[in-house]
Design a protein around this ligand. Structure first.
Ligand code: S3P
Length: 448
């Protein structure tokens, strides 16, 4: 859904002793993929634990527009009656993906090798984001795209009538690009090969294998080489969506910086392509433990326990870890503000083309709240002020970016003066229960 209602200003006051259990919602990446792969299967896929954030709801609407039947039971179980690989119908309306880069990019891939035309749009944030990174490889399959200057949405794509398989090296570390190519490759005959120099989240590969596709990943000198055999008949699945480590990051980081806190965040997926933040926090000296470590649905899972950690120290985050924590840099920069010494984050150019320019958005808000930040094209540093040392007191712009809004509200929980955001509305895209959940732990977040 493009845009959202009126801005919702929010203010977060200092508290002590966040306590309790934080049951965070389902994983956003896996939720999008469950709906899309369900729509590309023949028969009924059943999904429990789906994230019911606006981003995912927009993907559900899009799948209906392409001909799948998508319904929700009162208990939150979702059913997707798919149309099969190559079975997408031409939508009768513009596909509005709202705020979601993952939604629009994966769906573009999924339709690009069918002989149909679809027009995509989004909100003011999504319509600024680069799409050539998707349409360039889709053109190799034979798809045509016409969009605004610089490859921006709104954009119309006509899928290839006679698609050919491709071999494509992803030029930026992006799971969205990799996934768009793999989804397009589903309806191309023969083998589509995607090569990525840096490993990015691998949910598409894992889930395609789960849906019965022939897909092989090999680690080679040039990186990960993923080979998909086209035109499989995908078999509908029963999917339990694990909880989102990117959402878990917020209660975890809040507990680490808020005096007297002890918070349990159960059942968090710790897929190595997603868990970089937690490794980084532990290296900084965070009191963060993994309890009850186990495997569920082929993924490592644990309960996270985070306790107030007044002795954290800034570190240099290894650039090779960036892809595994790309969405977590905003909240890490908040934690860095409460650590001692400098935190250095390099190799993070992609942060500039997320829902907002996340380096710019965080640097501006951190400075306004009394934390020194330096930044360059693909790096930034935060000078920590130590436990309890962040002055706070300013209002930050969230730039239609859920993670920016949540990061600054977390900062307010431990800063000396309250921290405000101009608009908390975007939080509903990924973490609709954020306010209630954080409030339940003892946070004091108010709508201004
Ligand atoms: C996602 C991939 C990442 C991430 C986004 C979700 C995905 O984007 O930032 O929130 O589900 O594939 P990029 O692929 O652009 O890095």
């Amino acid at each position: 859904m493009s845009g959202h209602g009126k801005p919702i200003p929010m203010i977060s006051h200092r508290v002590t002793g966040l306590q309790g259990t934080a049951e965070v919602p389902g994983d956003k990446s896996i939720s999008h993929r469950a709906l899309i792969l369900g729509a590309l299967s023949v028969g009924e896929t059943v999904v429990t634990g789906l994230l019911e954030g606006q981003d995912v709801l927009d993907t559900a609407s899009a799948m209906r527009a392409f001909g799948a039947e998508v319904t929700r039971d009162d208990d939150g179980t979702w059913h997707v009656h798919g149309v099969g690989v190559g079975g997408f119908a031409e939508p009768g309306q513009v596909i509005d993906c709202g705020n979601s880069g993952t939604g629009v990019r994966l769906i573009m891939g999924a339709m690009a090798t069918s002989p149909i035309t679809a027009t995509f749009t989004g909100d003011a944030s999504l319509n600024k984001r680069p799409m050539a990174r998707i349409t360039d490889p889709l053109a190799l399959f034979g798809a045509h795209a016409v969009g605004r200057a610089g490859g921006r949405l709104p954009m119309t794509i006509t899928g290839a009538a006679d698609p050919v398989p491709v071999r494509y090296t992803v030029p930026v570390p992006s799971a969205q690009v990799k996934s768009a190519v793999l989804l397009a490759g589903l309806n191309a005959p023969g083998r589509t090969v995607v090569i990525e120099a840096e490993a990015t989240r691998d949910h598409t590969e894992r889930m395609l294998a789960g849906f019965g596709a022939e897909i092989i990943t090999e680690e080679t000198g040039e990186g990960r080489v993923i080979t998909l055999t086209g035109q499989p008949e995908l078999e509908p699945q029963s999917i339990i969506v694990p909880r989102d480590p990117s959402s878990a990051a917020f209660p975890v980081c809040a507990a680490l910086i808020t005096e007297g806190s002890d918070v349990l965040v159960p059942n968090i997926g710790l897929n190595p392509t997603r868990a970089g933040l937690f490794t980084t926090l532990r290296e900084m000296g965070a009191d963060l433990s993994y309890e009850n470590e186990r495997e569920e649905g082929g993924e490592p899972v644990a309960d996270l326990r985070a306790r107030y950690s007044p002795d954290m120290e800034g570190i240099e985050v290894p650039p090779a870890r960036a892809a595994s924590m790309i969405d977590e840099y905003p909240v890490l920069s908040v934690v860095a503000g409460f650590a001692r010494g400098m935190t250095v984050m390099r190799g993070v150019k992609e942060l500039r083309v997320k829902e907002s320019d996340r380096i710019e958005a965080m640097a501006t808000g951190l400075r306004a709240n009394g934390v020194s930040v330096e930044d360059g094209p693909d790096w930034w540093t935060v000078e920590g002020r130590g436990a309890g040392g962040v002055p706070g007191g300013a209002t930050c712009a969230s730039h239609l970016d859920h993670r920016i809004a949540m990061s600054f509200l977390v900062m307010g929980m431990a800063a000396k003066k309250p921290v405000s955001v101009d608009d908390g509305g975007p939080i509903a895209t990924s973490f609709p229960i954020f306010e209630a959940l954080m409030g339940g732990l003892g946070a004091d977040i108010r709508r201004a």
